[in-house]
Design a binder for this molecule. Structure first.
Ligand code: GAP
Length: 456
């Protein structure tokens, strides 16, 4: 069954409900940068919190780090980014546009969109040349060459340069990991597809340092663990696959890299990369900094440079995948509803409290319930418009439960709990409400779209 979610529908919903919209919109936007509104912030925060939970709370061999975005420029010499973090670029002398030379077959010619750049009658492309993707800026008031610094293009290097610090303070020994979430910046030649590829984005990266002999085993472990993280949060298994890189795709230091790919509306595309990076990074930083970045095992008296397994994910790209996977359009007996069937743990708002009418003491009771619930979960109070319209609004932002206060509530202190996915309605005593909702939010969940596909 074809998926109802298209990129246009996702973009429209995100704008309509204030999840994500173009940055600096009043000035006409700024090429491929986006701002997150209230529900977008809540959703992406939930994605990041689930990542932290999997990395920190559910394990005892990973510690957290928040390193600076601006790092010593030698970092990028050692990592190889200064010399090699490039994409091949071509210019068209006719239309003045730039394209990634290796993506021409995926792009339309700006002047003749039915053709690819270079194929139109007036196209005049230059030879391909390397373009470094790092953004440069200047540190301090004097703009001389020694003051050049870079906005980090990945969070990973902040972890490697802190290996010694963390080893000292965390009282960990390999195998152990350092996890970080933060902004990264890449001057992408052809960004696009909404927040899939932007110039400013957030990464969730973890570097797992292991004894060299254990690298292959931990590489296999993290591939499986990262695949399972997405399915446990509701991504449909048949929309997710692991693609092992061919030997000619591998970086010279990597002995294995696999991409978790998701079937986005633009086709199968990378969601996260898992790489077996060997001892490349620590060795390079050791050489460039003159500091020993190694581990001495007091038991075996062995000294070695740990190997690194790196699961590197994008918070924005993961958020987009969860939105796409959740997007659905239901036919409710002739009436259409758009709904985000998000995993309840990811849903921006867990419960909306709605008085059926704005009189007869219902708003007062509804506000009392809302105040009691919001200490336990993200809740919203809404009394504007017909109840049907309010349900539709909550469906569109993916709220799993709506609690409705009606005339019966004032008689017996019960409310109606409406479930987003099944549309069932059930009466629950106000006194039991918070516990009932908390239990349902914690229960295992799977995408209702899975069942629909099987029966469709
Ligand atoms: N340290 C390894 C590293 O950065 P990567 O595959 O270049 O690896 C990891 O990036 C993840 O970061 C990607 O799988 C993707 O989810 C996200 N990402 C990379 N570039 C991005 C961009 N321009 N816009 C949005 N997300 C991006």
């Amino acid at each position: 069954m074809p998926d109802t979610a298209t990129m246009d529908k996702i973009v429209a919903l995100c704008k309509r409900r204030g999840f994500i919209f173009a940055s600096s919109e009043i000035y006409g936007g700024l090429g491929s940068t986006y701002d997150y509104g209230h529900y977008g912030v809540l959703l992406k925060t939930n994605v990041k919190n689930e990542w932290w939970r999997a990395m920190l709370q559910e394990r005892d061999d990973i510690v957290a780090l928040d390193s600076a975005i601006l790092q010593h420029p030698r970092t990028w010499e050692a990592s190889g980014h200064l010399a090699g973090f490039t994409d091949p670029m071509v210019d068209c002398r006719t239309c003045g546009q730039r394209f990634r030379a290796d993506h021409l077959q995926d792009l339309p010619c700006p002047q003749k969109p039915s053709k690819h750049p270079g194929e139109g009658p007036s196209c005049d492309l230059t030879e391909a040349r390397d373009f470094n993707l790092m953004f440069e800026t200047t540190m301090g008031p004097v703009k001389d060459s020694g003051a050049t610094v870079y906005l980090r293009p990945e969070t990973a290097q902040g972890i490697f340069v802190n290996f010694k610090n963390v080893l000292q303070f965390s009282r960990k020994k390999p195998p152990f990991g350092i996890a970080q979430i933060g902004k990264s910046f890449r001057n992408e030649i052809t960004p696009g597809n909404f927040v899939f590829r932007t110039r400013e984005f957030e990464q969730m990266e973890m570097e797992f340092f292991v004894p060299p002999a254990e690298a292959a085993q931990w590489y296999a472990f993290w591939k499986q663990a990262r695949h399972d993280w997405y399915t446990e949060l509701g991504l449909r298994d048949d929309h997710l696959r692991m693609r092992e890189h061919d030997p000619d795709e591998l970086s010279h230091y990597s002995s294995g890299t696999a991409d978790v790919e998701y079937l986005f509306p633009i086709g199968w595309s990378e969601l996260e990369g898992i790489a077996n990076r060997g001892n490349f990074d620590l060795t390079q930083h050791s050489e460039y900094s003159g500091q020993k970045l190694e581990y001495f095992d007091p038991q075996t008296k062995e000294r070695y440079v740990p190997h690194v397994i790196e699961p590197a994910a994008g918070a924005d790209r993961a958020t987009l995948a969860f939105l796409v996977d959740a997007y659905d359009e239901d036919d409710l007996g002739g009436e259409q509803r758009t709904v985000l069937k998000l995993h309840p743990r990811l849903a921006p708002v867990k419960v909306a409290v709605l008085p059926l009418v704005r009189k007869d003491g219902q708003p007062e009771v509804a506000r009392e319930i809302f105040t009691a619930l919001r200490g336990r979960m993200q809740a919203e109070y809404d009394e504007g418009g017909s109840v049907g319209k309010r349900y539709r609004r909550q469906d569109e932002i993916g709220t799993p439960f709506c609690v409705t206060v009606d005339h019966q509530t004032l008689e017996d202190r019960t409310v109606t709990v409406r479930e987003r996915d099944t549309l069932t309605q059930e009466r629950v005593a106000i006194d039991d409400l918070a516990d009932t909702l908390a239990a349902r939010l914690a229960a295992p969940w799977q995408s209702p779209k899975l069942g629909a596909a099987a029966s469709g």
